[in-house]
Design a protein around this ligand. Structure first.
Ligand SMILES: [Zn+2]
Length: 234
């Protein structure tokens, strides 16, 4: 079984209020993910594929066997829509799309459409039942355990494959959620097919400490972001 973390942010990730939403560079993200023994990751910055495309380029130089899937977490008017495998440079204005529009536009790009943290902050809640998703986050390391329990029940009700993700905004959080995929050869198309066919298994569920810790780190991101080149390759 191959191991993936399908929801990771870099310093390219955009925050509607703070500007920057993640601390680690694409290179730090790739190096950490490789050191944690993952076979691949989806870099899913908010509203841009820039971090994912940079990370994919870096990974090719560091380790040809490690797969980076450029992805995007679209902040729609009703909550987040995670699109795994968007291979073009794309930037979307925060909250400019409805959830239905985000799903439709990302499906046109042949992405795997995932409902991230449906019951956490910025989750889509009941909208998940109304739109067509390929999978649902049965575990997101950034939200409270009871919301993950609810998400798993919803996935079972809707008969949707489940993925587990770290939602890392700092490299050290990577692999706190790990999805296993039943596949041999690793490729972006292979990953998409495996998720769509439900060949997924939750392998790791490690909550990212307390919400207080997450928010104190977010404040740290603000300070550090000012000192670093935005979305650089360093
Ligand atoms: Zn996220």
């Amino acid at each position: 079984m191959k191991k993936f973390d399908f929801h990771i942010h870099t310093c390219c990730s955009q925050h509607w209020l703070w500007g920057v939403d993640g601390l680690s560079t694409p290179r730090e993200v790739v190096e950490t993910a490789i050191s944690r023994g993952l076979n691949g990751i989806a870099v899913s910055d908010h509203n841009t594929t820039k971090g994912g495309l940079l990370a994919a380029k870096i990974a090719k130089k560091i380790d040809k066997n490690f797969l980076v899937i450029p992805s995007i977490e679209v902040k729609s008017r009703s909550g987040d829509v995670l699109a795994i495998g968007v291979l073009e440079e794309l930037t979307i204005r925060s909250r400019s799309l409805t959830a239905a529009e985000a799903v439709e536009q990302m499906r046109d790009k042949n992405a795997v459409i995932v409902a991230p943290h449906p019951y956490g902050r910025e989750g889509l809640g009941l909208i998940v039942e109304k739109l067509k998703f390929d999978a649902l986050e049965g575990f997101n390391a950034h939200i409270l355990p009871r919301y993950n329990t609810k998400a798993k029940k919803l996935a079972q009700k809707l008969k949707l494959p489940m993925v587990a993700s770290s939602d890392a905004h700092i490299a050290e959080e990577i692999a706190n959620g790990i999805t296993g995929l039943d596949m041999d050869e690793i490729s972006i198309d292979g990953v998409k097919e495996a998720i769509r066919k439900g060949k997924t298994k939750i392998l790791q569920e490690k909550h990212t400490k307390s919400m207080g810790r997450i928010y104190s780190k977010k404040i740290g991101i603000l300070f550090h972001a000012a000192k670093r080149p935005p979305c650089g390759e360093i």
